[in-house]
Design a binder for this molecule. Structure first.
Ligand code: G3D
Ligand code: MG
Length: 182
């Protein structure tokens, strides 16, 4: 098995506690988690390669290093350390809890304060399998449009949208790299 790849990107997963960050990453990476032993805060990353079709018959191998950052407020002081060097991210909320949607701006602020620049993000509306959806898709789309990000609905429970999240982000990141942006 070859471990070579064309691009490597660090991806951070942001959002309130219990929105499904760990569930999304676990499902996508088939549960292969590597614990970050350097700290005790429980942040961990998964590594997974995705293939992105190119023009012609080419396919690019993109290696994603996906950081699942602890969302609890008691870890707030430590989180900026994990944002450093990230190329892109997932901004996740839970469609059954409005509070997790209302707090998205604060996650953006925390990220930008830490890394001092804009990076491509994907807005993830998770838990669409639940019957009691309180944040309408139109609201999610509006937020995503306002911030220039794609909007993707997902369920870590059923698997809906999970591959799409990383495929879309991967494509955006490759596109930027090919245009010479970091
Ligand atoms: P976090 O990492 O953002 O804190 P977790 O969130 O991945 O730990 O998920 C929090 C809880 O939500 C878990 O339930 C998990 O199973 C559940 N969950 C995550 N994604 C989904 C989803 O798409 N649909 C549904 N129905 N549940 C989801 P428990 O009960 O294990 O705490
Ligand atoms: Mg978690």
């Amino acid at each position: 098995m070859s471990s070579s790849y064309d691009y490597l990107f660090k991806v951070v997963v942001l959002g309130e506690g219990a929105v499904g960050k760990t569930a999304i990453v676990t499902r996508f990476s088939h549960g292969f988690f590597r614990t970050d032993y350097k700290t005790t805060i429980g942040s961990q990353f998964a590594v997974k390669n995705i293939n992105i079709p190119e023009e012609g018959y080419n396919e690019l191998v993109v290696k994603l290093q996906i950081w699942d950052v602890a969302g609890q407020s008691r870890f707030q002081i430590l989180r900026p350390m994990y944002y450093r060097g990230s190329n892109g991210g997932l901004l996740v909320y839970d469609v059954s809890r409005r509070r997790t949607f209302m707090l998205l701006e604060e996650w953006l602020e925390e990220l930008h304060k830490a890394i001092q620049k804009e990076i491509p993000l994907v807005l993830v509306a998770n838990k669409t399998d639940l019957p009691d959806i309180v944040v309408e898709p139109s609201e999610g789309r509006e937020f995503a449009d306002a911030h220039g990000m794609p909007y993707i609905e997902s369920s870590a429970k059923t698997g809906e949208g999970i591959v799409d999240i990383f495929a879309q982000l991967g494509e955006i990141l490759v596109d930027r790299r090919q245009k010479g942006e970091r």
